[in-house]
Design a protein around this ligand. Structure first.
Ligand SMILES: NC(=O)c1ccc[n+]([C@@H]2O[C@H](COP(=O)([O-])OP(=O)(O)OC[C@H]3O[C@@H](n4cnc5c(N)ncnc54)[C@H](O)[C@@H]3O)[C@@H](O)[C@H]2O)c1
Ligand SMILES: [Zn+2]
Length: 352
């Protein structure tokens, strides 16, 4: 194999095992594919779940990563929107654009794609990545855009906005509580402000993350490890509870908090990936006219979010806490894997 046919990549070698190794450079396999040279990528909490062995569909030898921006290196003959040299944003969701789910903008469940990158096919934590259905899975990067900030658009910003803000139907003047101040909870906090809620209460166990939330627009912060979050929220809302409760952690305790803090007519939006069943307090909720919603991110809001980020209306670059070079990928994982100690939020890994 010629030197130029190889690339460096972060490879999952089974639970607890990852390595930075040389792999064959991907090539166009289908006419609708593009190969993208990665310029910036990042690591998601989901990658850590995979490394723990929580996502058994990921096979040994898989290159991880589902977020990033880059430059088109080659395209298949059916790709019409992009050519070599174009700068593109990679969506964490791949969509064929024509199945029944895609026709309803539910790209997360696309029959030809969905969440496949760094899951069922090789992902973005590498020098190059193959993107199926390039025309409907990539976005052109506007000239002069802040590409680091755009990396937050591959997954976390659409997730916070679609699964949290839109599913919570936040209206002007609403009181909103976001449980979990990780990258997803904070992306929810940033995009919730499109709708001018009156209260944005953020709940977490980590004081540093709560401080960051205050800088991002939280009106109240509650450390639920130190104080009774439900009692405090009832006190803040005239005993009514919040209009919208957003779960951004994925454990039974935080889902329970959301059920106990919701007001009559309220909306609970669950974002967290849950590994265990939760107790539904239907005996309390049946009378409250509430709505409970779940969603896997579709990334249908990416064009809208791209405009708001380019216009500076929302600044997801604020979520970046650390920067690394591509050949420091293992170090980037060590840092992100110790988020609390390292005070890490999103890490950016750059090719240059
Ligand atoms: N629905 C989707 O499409 C989708 C997409 C991406 C991520 N997710 C999920 O969203 C969730 C959040 O992602 P993230 O990357 O921000 O995760 P994260 O682990 O970085 O953040 C979770 C936060 O919750 C806090 N926390 C943990 N236990 C808590 C408790 N008992 N009470 C209060 N706070 C607690 C932690 O301190 C941390 O700040 C995860 O479950 C992730 O898998 C869902
Ligand atoms: Zn589809």
């Amino acid at each position: 194999m010629a030197e130029s046919d190889k690339m460096w990549a972060l490879v999952f070698n089974g639970p607890g095992q990852r390595s930075w190794e040389q792999r064959p450079k991907p090539r166009v396999q289908a006419p609708t594919d593009a190969v993208v040279k990665i310029t910036k990528t990042t690591i998601c909490g989901t990658d850590l779940h995979i490394l723990k062995g929580d996502v058994p569909a990921v096979q040994k030898g898989r290159i991880l990563g589902h977020e990033g921006v880059g430059v088109i290196d080659s395209v298949g003959e059916a790709v019409g929107k992009f050519k070599k040299g174009d700068r593109v944003l990679i969506s964490c969701i791949t969509s064929d654009g024509r199945c029944g789910y895609c026709r309803r903008a539910m790209y997360s469940h696309c029959e030809g794609g969905g969440w496949v990158l760094g899951h069922l096919i090789d992902g973005t934590q590498a020098e190059y990545v193959r993107i199926p259905f390039a025309d409907t899975s990539l976005y052109a990067i506007p000239k002069g855009a802040d590409e680091e900030a755009l990396v937050m658009l591959s997954d976390i910003l659409p997730t916070g906005y679609e699964c949290g803000v839109l599913n919570g139907e936040i209206q002007p003047g609403d009181s909103v509580a976001i449980v979990g101040a990780g990258p997803i909870g904070l992306a929810t906090l940033l995009t919730a402000q499109f709708f001018s809620p009156s209260e944005l209460i953020v709940v977490d166990l980590d004081d540093h993350r709560l401080e960051v939330a205050a800088k991002f627009g939280a009106t109240q912060r509650i450390n639920s490890g130190k104080e009774d979050a439900v009692a405090k929220i009832l006190a803040l809302t005239g005993n009514r509870g919040v209009d919208v409760a957003i779960e951004a952690v994925g454990v039974p305790q935080t889902f329970d908090l959301c059920q106990r803090m919701i007001s009559p007519g309220g909306r609970i939006a669950n974002i967290g990936v849950h590994g265990k069943s939760v107790e539904l307090r239907l005996q309390d909720l049946w009378i409250k006219n509430i709505t409970l919603r779940t969603r896997l991110v579709d990334t249908e809001s990416t064009p809208l979010l791209l405009k708001t980020v380019t216009a500076g209306k929302v600044k997801p670059g604020m979520l970046i806490s650390h920067r690394f070079k591509m050949n420091e990928m293992m170090k980037a994982y060590d840092t992100f894997g110790n988020a609390q100690k390292e005070q890490a939020m999103k890490v950016i890994i750059s090719a240059d």
